[in-house]
Design a protein around this ligand. Structure first.
Ligand SMILES: Nc1ncnc2c1ncn2[C@@H]1O[C@H](COP(=O)(O)OP(=O)(O)OP(=O)(O)O)[C@@H](O)[C@H]1O
Ligand SMILES: [Mg+2]
Length: 286
């Protein structure tokens, strides 16, 4: 099993009067080929959970294996782990720090002491993959770029490490609809080169479109892992956890309530268009 999490617990400020239980007995397996969505209300523990995967947050109790790497011992091979697990934090543009775009993207590969030519190759490739023009951007300061460009540079830094696992904390937060689609397209392209992807999102349209499984967290507990259709069909569950449905699902349900024969568990646009078309022509033929 690529990533295995067993009985993971985490308490911030342990043994103080500010102690906050953030994770409670989480067990979860991430399979090869998974594009796993992680959803849940604010404060439900999503970021705490994923930050364990590159050992930024250390295990207090429980077990995590990433392939054959046991993350429990105090001393682990951080370099190996961090080249295996690429982590894109929320608002990754705030993590940029170097004088030039080139140096920023090269930081990770330099840190794991790759040969100079390999670094140059990876940096150029990664910058191209995120849709930026290498020769015109490489010597610019990352801080004079637009927000969207900065986020691309930050993503390039992760791609340059050629991670086997890609972990993303709300990659489209704060972007306009077009920026969201562009970044998700990039993520999809990178995902094709990885074993699995884990993505936190508050955007149910994205989760429904890109994820094959969805882990639902609630107050530090894993409520369940669902296939998108299964989850968005479970109205009572979603209501009790205050989770929205994708826009197309809401539209399909609305049409259904108004007497149209449209399956209310539709989760993508094509299906909705097809259902409306079938209903329209069906009615016409009557
Ligand atoms: N550095 C910290 N110190 C103390 N408590 C923290 C810290 N970070 C998170 N917490 C608490 O741990 C719990 C889980 O937080 P976490 O950030 O993992 O949630 P989240 O699901 O990622 O939320 P959001 O959707 O708002 O990003 C919350 O109760 C939060 O207040
Ligand atoms: Mg978070």
């Amino acid at each position: 099993m690529p990533i295995k999490i067993e009985h993971l617990n985490y308490v911030y400020n342990q043994k103080t009067s500010f102690a906050t239980a953030a994770l409670n007995d989480i067990s979860l397996e991430i399979r090869e080929g998974d594009f796993l969505g992680v959803i849940g209300h604010t404060g439900s523990g999503k970021s705490t959970l994923i930050s364990h995967l590159n050992a930024l947050t250390r295990i207090q109790s429980g077990v995590i294996f990433v392939d054959d790497m046991d993350l429990r011992p105090k001393k682990i091979d951080f370099k190996k782990l961090r080249s295996k697990v690429g982590m894109v934090f929320q608002y990754p543009e705030y993590q940029l720090f170097a004088e030039t775009v080139y140096k920023d993207v090269a930081f990770g590969p330099e840190n794991i002491k790759l040969p100079e030519e390999e670094i140059a190759k990876r940096v150029e490739e990664a910058i191209g993959l995120v849709g930026l023009d290498f020769s015109s951007i490489k010597d610019r300061s990352p801080f004079e770029l637009s927000g969207g460009q900065m986020r691309r540079v930050a993503l390039a830094g992760v791609i340059a490490m050629k991670p086997e696992y890609l972990v993303l904390d709300e990659p489209t937060a704060g972007l306009d609809p077009r920026g969201k689609t562009e970044i998700m397209q990039l993520v999809k392209n990178i995902a094709a080169t990885c074993k699995s992807v884990i993505m936190i999102s508050h955007n149910m349209d994205e989760v429904a479109e890109y994820c094959n499984r969805i882990a639902v967290l609630s107050q530090g507990k894993l409520y369940g892992v669902y296939e998108p259709r299964e989850l968005f069909r479970s109205r009572e569950l979603l209501k009790s956890l205050k989770i929205d449905v994708p826009a197309v699902t809401a539209l399909a349900a609305g049409l259904n309530e108004r007497g149209f024969n449209v399956d209310p568990s539709i989760i993508n646009e094509e299906e909705l268009i097809e259902a409306v078309r079938a209903e329209y022509f069906g009615r016409k033929a009557q």
